[in-house]
Design a protein around this ligand. Structure first.
Ligand code: CU
Length: 146
């Protein structure tokens, strides 16, 4: 059986060595705390959906809270298209009567997780002129046709 005092000395020696190793081990340049970067809030984007003939292009888009979507009439003929949300929220009326006409809507944090389906009141029946806007990645995919 080892002598108790010798064992203690050995422990102390090992401890001292460990401390020395730790003290030198950082090798660092003295940088203390690394500040944790906060994830930046995405700045609002402006997105464009073209109204091209009897279609919304792209048909479905995904936006973030704060983003503004502009629908712009780029096709022809210019015959009273609308951007009308099925469940409320936005409605341009039949305001797309001249080339370049626009309608904008800004989606808010209250919209996150929702999928807005919309259509053209003039051309939904004939041409399935429909589209959708998903707000945030958690918003469900639109139903077929939107
Ligand atoms: Cu239309």
């Amino acid at each position: 059986m080892a002598h108790p005092i010798a064992a203690t000395r050995l422990l102390l020696a090992v401890s001292a060595l460990s401390l020395a190793t730790l003290a030198c081990g950082g090798g660092g340049g003295g940088y203390g705390h690394m500040s944790t970067p906060t994830s930046p809030t995405p700045s609002p984007s402006a997105l464009v959906v073209e109204i091209r003939d009897f279609e919304f292009v792209p048909k479905s888009i995904t936006v973030n809270a704060g983003d503004t979507v502009t629908w712009r009439l780029t096709g022809s003929p210019a015959i009273g298209h609308s951007v009308t949300s099925t469940g409320g929220g936005f409605d341009s009326g039949k305001s797309f009567n001249t080339a370049g006409a626009t309608f904008t809507h800004t989606f808010t944090s209250a919209d996150v997780g929702k999928t807005f389906q919309y259509y053209c009141v003039t051309h939904q029946a004939c041409c399935l002129m429909q589209g959708s806007v998903r707000v945030g990645d958690t918003a469900p995919p639109p139903p077929p046709g939107y």
